[in-house]
Design a protein around this ligand. Structure first.
Ligand code: FAD
Length: 318
């Protein structure tokens, strides 16, 4: 079933969903099951699986020189989606990125997904590779997420890259895109970013999942501003608990978001690691309850392999 159909069927009830990362290359599928098994009792209708482009690493050779090599550290998104659907009987939403894909690679990936009966995708651009400094698209690939959305929409109409395919199978993908309550870091301002988000919806995207945020006001403002410019699709808040001291710096650095003062103080003043984790969990529970009370269509938790914490939050909220 499509993600948006779940929202329609829920008739205003707030659903729950989870996002998992493929294990590092050499790891096993069991790591994903270990994360999800304790969470399935909350009955998520769908689970997202992230996609990771190849990264550059520098390898020291015997000559003493360093060689720049590309490696995909977290492969397996599509296989994980299939395994999740098989084990739990829920829908899986693979993330599909522009980076590293030519348009033809994308077309072939969509064909694979369609054959696997996966009919939801989250269409995103992907981040810059380490050492690239800025996002560099694959030659013959897409530069922005909107171009990816357009390609999926074309396939939904049965239009493939090669015009000599007549009566091509019409896929039926439901398309999610990313949204940024605190703006995407490359955008000159929030309004500019909102209009780019609107363009993705106008191009055919069906719903938005937000970047994580720790201040609900940012989400409520974002939804209000989206509605004001005519974005009328469901906007799913993305949530992650902050449970470690180092995350006070790493989360703003990596995700380009602010942390509210009260959260920072609560984490800093906790007497030990356990109390810190608890403070982060309490914060996320409070956020979740408020979002639910205010009619968010779904709470989407970034698990990052930490099912214990997410479980405690889900237990308190659902
Ligand atoms: P876009 O929508 O293309 O926007 C990127 C930037 O370009 C924005 O600043 C936008 O305002 C600007 N822009 C867009 N269109 C135009 C235009 N026509 N002209 C000028 N500027 C424009 N990354 C991964 O690698 N794998 C994942 O699985 C993954 N999952 C994610 C899930 C969610 C819910 C979110 C919020 C992010 C995820 N990311 C993931 C990170 C994402 O790839 C980065 O945030 C990336 O930098 C932007 O992706 P986007 O789809 O928002 O890009």
């Amino acid at each position: 079933m499509k993600v948006t159909e779940y929202f329609e069927k829920a008739k205003g009830q707030t659903l729950i969903s989870f996002e998992v990362l493929p294990p590092l290359k050499g790891g096993s599928m069991q790591a994903i099951f270990d994360t999800l098994d304790p969470l399935m009792e909350f009955r998520p209708p769908f689970i997202d699986v992230t996609y990771h482009r190849e990264e550059f690493i520098y390898k020291k050779r015997t000559s003493g020189y360093y060689e720049k090599v590309a490696i995909r550290k977290r492969p397996g998104t599509v296989g994980i989606c299939a395994a999740i659907m098989h084990r739990y009987g829920v829908d899986a939403v693979p993330h599909l990125i522009c980076g590293g894909f030519t348009k033809e690679d994308t077309e072939n990936a969509l064909i694979d997904l369609n054959f696997l009966n996966i009919n939801n995708v989250l269409a995103i651009r992907g981040d810059a590779r380490k050492f690239d400094g800025k996002f560099i698209p694959e030659e013959g690939g897409h530069t922005f997420a909107i171009d990816l959305v357009k390609q999926v929409v074309e396939m939904n109409k049965g239009k493939y890259l090669y015009e000599d395919i007549e009566n091509g199978l019409k896929t039926d993908f439901c398309i999610g895109v990313a949204g940024y309550p605190e703006k995407h870091f490359e955008s000159p301002n929030l309004d500019f970013d909102l209009w780019q988000t609107k363009a993705k919806i106008d191009a055919g995207a069906d719903y938005i999942v937000t970047q994580m945020f720790f201040d609900n006001k940012k989400y409520f403002d974002f939804v209000k501003r989206c509605r004001a410019i005519g974005i009328d699709v469901p906007i799913v808040p993305g949530l992650k608990p902050l449970t470690k001291l180092y995350q006070l710096n790493s989360i703003p650095r990596i995700f380009h978001i602010d942390l509210p003062d009260d959260l920072v103080k609560a984490v800093q003043s906790a007497k030990d690691a356990e109390a810190r984790t608890q403070a982060g969990i309490e914060w996320c529970i409070h956020q979740s309850k408020e979002l639910k009370k205010n009619g968010a269509p779904c709470l989407h938790y970034y698990t990052m392999g930490d099912s214990d914490t997410i479980r405690q939050i889900a237990e308190a909220v659902y």
